[in-house]
Design a protein around this ligand. Structure first.
Ligand code: G
Ligand code: G
Ligand code: NA
Ligand code: MN
Length: 252
């Protein structure tokens, strides 16, 4: 499988597509935003999820082109939705470690995309995993992103290293509790304690907290009771295509 060649061609042939997974205000049930998640409509293999190609793309500079496309596409869609009268909401996208290591390219793409589609940076959040921040060089880029006006969110919190010192070093607006903690926190005492501790920590630090991987009503209700503001997961919706997402907004 000539993955590298195919990935290059995929960009030119516009085979990538952004899906959106809604984020829900757990207190009110309202949609408060969404995470953009890339998909590849492969001409032969069908719909491919990021775990099948992003890791590979991250080993080369392919991820830069793909990452730039994601930023451009998010801004293009937001502009389109504005014209359609869709209520404005916060949209987040994922950034790879390599994108953060090439700060010039990243900042240039952000500024160009925002300007092309007249999008205010305050509408965007960049999700950064703990793993991406293992290299200190990426911290400077994260600061630059914040200087552009884009919020940063610490993704997959609790699964990487040095989480607590990261909270001290970078101005995250929000933190996402990794879904491995959310999965069993109702029944598993340790997971329950960790989830409550993370929620308390973010509250005291003045950050928003998002629980990932919410799959049941009980999880949603319990998280809300613990003071978690935002939930994301299959209980509310899987990641869906833009047309479905706009339908979801109407019925939610
Ligand atoms: O969409 P799904 O839930 O299958 O995502 C799987 C993984 O791929 C997640 O860790 C997610 O953060 C990552 N991912 C999804 N979209 C993007 C993207 O546009 N860029 C990068 N770098 N990672 C992404
Ligand atoms: O790493 P990141 O947090 O960006 O991961 C998003 C990934 O999580 C996507 O692959 C998405 O399909 C998946 N996902 C989203 N909601 C749920 C959920 O409720 N349960 C499970 N198991 N996976 C989910
Ligand atoms: Na993410
Ligand atoms: Mn995550």
């Amino acid at each position: 499988w000539q993955l590298e060649t195919e990935l290059r061609e995929a960009l030119e042939r516009k085979e990538f597509e952004l899906y959106f997974q809604p984020k829900i205000n757990l207190a009110t049930g309202a949609v408060c935003g969404a995470e953009a998640l890339i998909r590849w409509n492969h001409p032969v293999r069908g719909l491919l999820t990021p775990d099948m190609f992003i890791t590979y793309a991250e080993r080369s500079d392919l991820i830069i082109g793909i990452g730039n496309w994601v930023i451009h596409e998010v801004c293009r869609l937001l502009h389109q939705w504005d014209l359609m009268g869709v209520p404005p909401m916060e949209i987040s996208f994922n950034a790879s470690p390599r994108q953060l290591l090439e700060s010039d390219s990243l900042i240039a793409q952000i500024e160009e995309s925002l300007a092309s589609f007249s999008i205010l940076p305050q509408r965007l959040t960049m999700e950064i995993t703990e793993t991406a921040l293992m290299q200190e060089k990426t911290w400077k880029t994260a600061h630059e992103v914040v200087k552009c006006g884009i919020s940063i969110s610490l993704d997959d919190f609790g699964t990487g290293y040095s989480s607590l010192s990261l909270l001290q070093k970078l101005p995250f607006s929000s933190l996402k509790i990794d879904r491995s903690f959310v999965r069993d926190f109702i029944d598993n005492l340790t997971d329950g304690t960790l989830v409550r501790a993370i929620i308390g920590l973010t509250r005291d630090l003045g950050m928003e907290v998002v629980a990932e991987g919410v799959e049941t009503q009980i999880q949603a209700t319990t998280l809300a009771r613990y003071g978690c503001q935002i939930g994301q997961g299959y209980f509310f919706s899987r990641p869906i295509q833009t047309t479905q997402f706009l339908e979801y907004l109407k019925t939610a």
